[in-house]
Design a binder for this molecule. Structure first.
Ligand code: ATP
Length: 367
């Protein structure tokens, strides 16, 4: 559990953020360049001192301005994973992994060597040296080294930023497994919408030093302004679903969510597991009548909840309630023709969904 409230004036830039997240999930600190992410991380790590506020991790206070508590960085027992793995080049992978572990008192160790090696799939690399590893392998070892210090909080600062797209895709599912399987809370910093929507349970959107949107990833992505905050092309509403069944002959998987059942192209995830899907607003169509012979698999009845029309001829965001929130992006002309207003009953047609990469490993931590 994280309970964080921070204020700091740095020149003419003020950081003021507050967020609480339950359990051991991934809290993503997200924002564009210059939003204040590094400033927040530095305060959490104890590298800079907030002017006001507190930092609580699992009911353990590491900073409180009023109570004059300020635990030094090395005693906070936080783990760090940076953009560049920063492995020791002269040590083997095994020695890199055990480096920090030896400094942790045995009674404070709650993560085992074998567990980490298994989880990160690095057993075959133990005798190798960092120079012989790929970028993705280096990052997995760096994550392992950090975990083996049995941290109470793992701070990951753009851990995938130096990797190419293929390596990112390789490492992301490993990160998705961490907090669920090891019960370690993770604070994940990134400016990549793609990464955070795959990984985050709680989302903290920073802008100009302020946390302008905080909540579960499902709730924050369902806000009409989220698309604009993040840049229209990237985001999408996130829904948590459970695999209901597979239809082998049709090549489909049925995913149950609070609004019904979504049919998606077959995914190799066992029935009962949770799967996070993203639905991009451009892939949602709105109709006033049902289409009995449509090619769409996924048509849901619902109502219009909120319309954000910039009134400048650009696209209009329409939030729908289909038993779950959904956002459709339509042209102003379509809005006019359909005469859409809050409360209008509609049919939402979902053209395609993307399955979160983190889901491909039993993503049960994705609540
Ligand atoms: N010590 C300081 N004194 C004055 N201004 C500062 C100081 N440190 C950071 N800033 C300013 O605070 C703002 C936020 O910086 P920060 O590095 O936290 O952003 P960021 O979100 O991490 O950006 P990026 O993604 O580019 O790393 C910037 O405008 C920066 O110039």
């Amino acid at each position: 559990m994280l309970d964080i409230r921070l204020k700091k004036v740095q020149g003419n830039f003020t950081v003021e953020t507050a967020f609480v997240s339950d359990g051991a999930g991934v809290t993503a600190l997200f924002g564009h360049s210059g939003a204040g992410k590094t400033s927040v991380i530095n305060m959490l790590a104890g590298l800079t001192r907030p002017d006001a506020g507190h930092i609580m991790v699992n009911d353990h206070c590491v900073f409180d301005a009023e109570k004059v508590i300020d635990i030094p960085p090395e005693k906070r027992r936080f783990g760090y994973v940076f953009q560049d793995g920063r492995l020791f080049p002269h040590l083997s992978v095994r020695a890199n992994l055990t480096y920090g572990m030896k400094r942790v008192r045995p009674r404070d160790r709650y993560i085992r060597f074998d567990q980490v090696v298994d989880l990160l799939g690095i057993g075959h690399l133990l005798t190798r040296h960092p120079a012989t590893l790929s970028g993705g392998e280096k990052q997995r070892v760096a994550i392992g080294r950090s975990l083996l210090t049995s941290p109470v909080l793992l701070l990951m600062d753009e851990p995938l930023a130096s990797l190419d797209a293929a390596r990112k895709t390789e490492v992301l599912p490993f990160i998705a497994r961490l907090s669920g399987e090891l019960s370690v809370p993770i604070l994940y910093v990134s400016h990549s919408v793609d990464e955070i929507l795959n990984l985050a349970d709680t989302l903290v959107f920073l802008s100009g030093g302020k946390s302008v949107a905080v909540g579960s990833v499902e709730a924050v992505t369902a806000r009409n302004d989220f698309q604009r905050l993040t840049g229209r092309t990237e985001a999408g509403v996130v829904l948590s679903t459970a695999v209901e069944s597979h239809d082998l002959s049709a090549g489909l998987t049925r995913l149950r969510f609070s609004g019904g059942v979504l049919s998606v192209p077959r995914v190799e995830i066992p029935a009962g597991d949770t799967v996070r899907v993203r639905i991009h607003p451009r892939n949602v169509g709105i109709a006033l009548e049902p289409f009995p012979r449509a090619s769409f698999q996924n048509i849901f009845q619902g109502t219009v909840e909120e319309i954000t029309d910039p009134c400048d001829g650009t696209l209009v965001d329409v939030r729908l309630d289909i038993g779950a929130p959904l956002i459709a992006t339509i042209t102003p002309q379509a809005r006019q023709e359909l005469d859409l207003n809050p409360g209008t009953p509609v049919y939402a047609m979902i053209k395609s969904v993307s399955i979160s990469l983190g889901s491909s490993f039993n993503g049960n931590h994705h609540r």
